[in-house]
Every structure is written in structure tokens, then in C-alpha cells.
Design a protein around this ligand. Structure first.
Ligand code: PRP
Length: 211
């Protein structure tokens, strides 16, 4: 049988996605969250699960190194790729938000310095509001930026809100809700249609049990 390569990032979304697949009867018995191993086969040896950095998932899928990917909508919005986005998995739910110190007037200023992992999204959001921005691209620990006066505010995903709270920051505005999506390489969808359709049917069944 043809094998499908599935790319995702270790962490919150992967743990939820693997539970979802288990509910669909796709088992990765040797998967361990803490393992440093990067490739796992499902028990039926029909799916090869590869772990890559979250921002790289769409690249692997676009280039055909993976047939399918599970990735947050935030990453697809920031850097769109030429792939099919087939399904909202309804997992990894969070909100892309503007956050900063609890200063209600902050985001009414005409110019802001904004730190974010999502500079394109952030710039577009403030442009639409007529606010000029100096964007600072960071790759993590974004909440630090306002605390050390590197930026006036941040644009980042908020899930539980714990990171903001523990750093004395609050959500100032919500830009959009995001969740994990199933993306598919265009050529794979044409060449491995049956396999991929079967996988999608399994995932849909898993979703019904999961929710
Ligand atoms: C993400 C995000 C926030 C945090 C939000 O960071 O960038 O920092 O999670 O989650 P919370 O609302 O549940 O606290 P991640 O854990 O990916 O780490 P990073 O800052 O190193 O990117």
C-alpha cells in the first residue's frame, strides 16, 4: 500500500492531533512526546509521521516532502503557501491578539513599535486601522518585548492567557480566532487521491468521536 507522509510540529497541536487520529483507529503506538525521534510509523505502516518546526510544516507540504500537514491557521495567514487547505480540525484553538500593558489608549496612537512572530499579519492589521508601525520580528518569548521597552505592544497567539498574565500584560484587541488546519500537497492530492481521501474520511470520523 502507498504510504502517506504527514508533517506536524511537536507540542500542543501534535498531542491533540495524535489523540484525534487514535480515535480514528490510526495508532502511533511507539510515539512518545518526550522522544527526540523525528519519524514515527503508524501501526499499519501506512502513515509516516515526521516532526518539523511549526513554521516549516507548510514548506514541507508545498515542496512535496510531506503529502499532508497539520498546521495552525496563524502560520498559513502569515506566510501563505501553494497547498490545499482541506479541513479545519477544530484543535489548537487560540486567538491572534494585540497585547500589551493595560493602557486603553495605546492602540489609538498614530505610530507604534510592534514585536511579533507574525510581522506581515501585524503590519496589515495596523495598516487597516491607519496606524503606522515599526515591526520587530521575533521568533519566541515575544511577551518580553514590552517588558524591556523593546516594543509598545505585541501581536501573538493567546491560548490560555497564562503567559500574558504572568508577565503583567493583557489582550488589547483580538485580531482573529485560529485553529489547526489539514493541508495537502497539490500533486499528492492528484497522485495519491484514494489514500488521501481515505485518510481524510478517517480524520472526519476521528473528529466526530473527538468532539
Ligand atoms: C506561544 C505564544 C505565547 C504562548 C501563548 O508560545 O507565542 O507565548 O504560546 O499561550 P498561553 O496563552 O497558553 O500562555 P510558545 O509556547 O509556542 O513559545 P515561544 O514563546 O517560545 O514561541
Amino acid at each position: 500500500m502507498e504510504m502517506i507522509t504527514l508533517a506536524m510540529a511537536k507540542g500542543r497541536i501534535a498531542n491533540e492531533a495524535i489523540s484525534l487520529l487514535e480515535n480514528a483507529g490510526i495508532l502511533f503506538s511507539d510515539f512518545e512526546d518526550k522522544s527526540r525521534k523525528l519519524i514515527f510509523l503508524d501501526d499499519n505502516r501506512s502513515i509516516k509521521l515526521i516532526f518539523v518546526k511549526a513554521v516549516d510544516v507548510p514548506t514541507y507540504v508545498e515542496l512535496g516532502a510531506a503529502d499532508i500537514g497539520v498546521i495552525g491557521k496563524d502560520i498559513m495567514l502569515e506566510d501563505p503557501k501553494d497547498v490545499y487547505e482541506l479541513m479545519d480540525l477544530g484543535i489548537g484553538k487560540c486567538k491572534l491578539s494585540v497585547a500589551g500593558f493595560p493602557d486603553k489608549n495605546l492602540i489609538d496612537r498614530s505610530q507604534l513599535t510592534v514585536a511579533s512572530k507574525y510581522p506581515n499579519l501585524a503590519k496589515e492589521y495596523f495598516n487597516q486601522k491607519g496606524i503606522r508601525t515599526k515591526m520587530i520580528k521575533l521568533n519566541g518569548s515575544v511577551e518580553l518585548a514590552p517588558l524591556i521597552s523593546l516594543a509598545d505592544c505585541i501581536v501573538d497567539i493567546v491560548e490560555t492567557g497564562a503567559t500574558l498574565k504572568e508577565n503583567g500584560l493583557v489582550v488589547l484587541e483580538t485580531i482573529t480566532a485560529v485553529s489547526a488546519r489539514l493541508i495537502v500537497n497539490k500533486a499528492s492530492f492528484a497522485m495519491k487521491t484514494e489514500c488521501i481521501q481515505n485518510f481524510i474520511s478517517d480524520v472526519k470520523r476521528g473528529l466526530e468521536v473527538y468532539s
